[in-house]
Design a protein around this ligand. Structure first.
Ligand code: SF4
Length: 236
């Protein structure tokens, strides 16, 4: 759903701290505002902020069918802590069946094209359904996470999804900022972080990384760092 916000207002919003930007978004768009939550530490920071602004923020997650058990455990802990209904979107089962019959269960290791096909079927198409009727969506993306995110704005017009607003309130946060907030608010977090993971996606496509490796080095580690994204966060 396309949203019109004057360019001067968009410009002013870029300077707002995370909490203030979320307060603006809740005031302006709730209940047509959704948080995309993969249950990363960043997403839980944003979720925690939203729960301080509105009783029942709308939160969705994409269950690719290939997530870590630790992620599923966390989903339930978060549901219980906040008393929230999480909108879970699954891939189209017919599309998954066709894909694995044709290319195998572990197609993502065979080529970049097949990895991207899997991400399209399991993530990108369900995201489109999750964003139907929404005016703005929120992510926990940060510029520091990877070269592909270095130019991230706090507020973007998401042309790939019909011109709705995309808010990245933590765009200018560091990893340390995130973990300080997690500790101060005693937030639940994915147990895999304590086992060397810095970024957590699907189980077959994520591995732990060394202390000096980039944050997303463990995602699709066999691909080039300049291109690896799953297609959820397309920027024009
Ligand atoms: S991250 Fe891996 S398993 Fe998950 S959707 Fe993408 S290719 Fe498929």
């Amino acid at each position: 759903m396309a949203v019109n916000v004057p360019a001067s207002e968009l410009e002013a919003l870029q300077a707002l701290p995370a909490q203030d930007l979320l307060a603006w978004a809740v005031e302006r768009f709730h209940p047509h505002l959704k948080l995309a939550c993969s249950f990363s530490a960043e997403d839980l920071v944003v979720l925690d902020m939203l729960t301080q602004l509105v009783e029942a923020p709308r939160v969705f997650t994409l269950d690719t069918g290939r997530l870590h058990q630790e992620t599923y455990d966390l989903v339930d802990r978060v549901r219980e802590r906040y008393g929230l209904e999480i909108e879970v979107y699954f891939p189209d089962f017919g599309a998954v069946e066709r894909m694995v019959r044709e290319h195998g269960m572990n197609l993502f290791y065979k080529s970049v094209e097949l990895r991207k096909l899997c991400c399209r079927v399991r993530k990108v198409e369900p995201l489109k359904r999750a964003l139907k009727g929404v005016k703005a969506w929120v992510t926990g993306l940060r510029r520091e996470q990877s070269p592909t995110r270095a130019g991230l704005q706090k507020v973007e017009v998401d042309e790939a999804h019909g011109g709705l607003l995309k808010l990245n309130p933590l765009a200018d946060w560091t990893r340390e900022d995130v973990w300080r907030y997690v500790r101060e608010r005693n937030l639940p977090y994915n147990a895999l972080y304590d086992r060397g993971f810095k970024s957590i996606g699907c189980a077959p496509c994520t591995r732990p990384v060394g202390p000096n490796e980039p944050e997303r080095a463990g995602r699709w580690w066999w691909e080039s760092p300049d291109t690896k994204e799953c297609g959820l966060h397309v920027r024009s």
